[in-house]
Design a protein around this ligand. Sequence first.
Ligand code: ATP
Ligand code: MG
Length: 406
Amino acid sequence: MAEVRVERLTKRYGSATAVDELDLTVRDGEFLTLLGPSGCGKTTTLRCIAGLEEPDAGTVSIGGRVMSASERKLFVRPERRDIGMVFQSYALWPHMTVSANVAYPLKLRRVPSAERDRRVGEMLELVGLAEFAGRSATSLSGGQQQRVAVARALVSAPRVLLFDEPLSNLDTRLRATMGAELRAIHARTGTTSICVTHDQTEALTLSDRVVVMRDGRVEQAGTPEEIFVTPRTRFVAHFVGFDAALPGRVVELDGGMAYVRIDGTDRVVRCRPGSDLPLDAAVDLMLRSSAVSVQPAEHDDGALNRVPGVVVDRAFQGETVQFTLDVAGHRLLAQVPSHATGGQAEAGRIDEGPVEVVLPEAGAFAFLAEHRAHAAERPAAPVGPTGLPLPADDLGLPTTLGGDPR
Ligand SMILES: Nc1ncnc2c1ncn2[C@@H]1O[C@H](COP(=O)(O)OP(=O)(O)OP(=O)(O)O)[C@@H](O)[C@H]1O
Ligand SMILES: [Mg+2]
């Protein structure tokens, strides 16, 4: 077991910077996940920790010992770092059997064969592959190969375990089982573990702490709950499932809350500022579609957090009904529990036409609208006949739920 410390780590490929002055400390025994979209530098960070890449700058230490320090030209070879790694592409030896693959790290360490067989047997038992010991590694399914890779990473009882998308090739059921298995293995061994994924559910369920990466840097670090409930940036919010958005402007700041007037309406939403916001700032109000509710239009009394909308589409999804709404020319999704789960009766009743949209207070965050802030430096935005700016019809957000954030 060991603490892993990464300081100002930089790795470039030609003119592209894959990891950009990254700072990261993984506590002894912690399970930490790097979460971020494709290409943000997750695998490169892991490979630098493992010693499979030589960083251009910065230091990597494991258990208080410096493993690489570019400025001092210090570099400890990967096999001397006492690390177990599960690669994104398994990297099994195709010409070897399952047990020979798992035994390989022990062979390198010259562990006597009786001891080797015992530990390999234990590991295969642990990952549920005992009956496959003699099979060739490549004759197994993707999920089985991934379990061989996990067994191989664990067999030498390393001080640090690195997992690169360990569950990505498994079907939903196996993914849940293997996820629980990884947590159980971690609880039993207490090995400091760093996992990489672009799947937020995986990150939240596996980890003690999550680090969201963007363009080779840390965007936000925190417990799964902190990241999921209080994203600090628009990028993180988007990434952890804030899939509904409305553009607006800050009209008041009071008691730690922001009051945002939705563009194209006279309605104000009380919400939480995602960061420091100046008065009159152009913001995007970000919410989870599951927190937006829809009511018949007759209740409309202009109260806070209520905006008029029109249902443009209604899709029954079983446990929920997904409404696609038009709010003053902006598209907004609402995911309402259906009558099938004893949810809002309205969801069963409301079809097309005008409705009142109810926005949550606690689950809504206002973030500075980056691209619109930049746009303000260019010639003035087009103004509609009412004198209000024309709605931004593209907030750069996904319009479907459950989409791959990559
Ligand atoms: N060997 C390489 N040569 C050139 N560019 C590379 C190399 N490895 C990675 N990169 C680039 O560095 C950036 C970060 O890549 P990396 O593999 O770390 O991303 P990632 O976050 O693991 O993405 P994914 O989720 O797709 O696996 C990308 O732009 C990638 O194209
Ligand atoms: Mg990767």
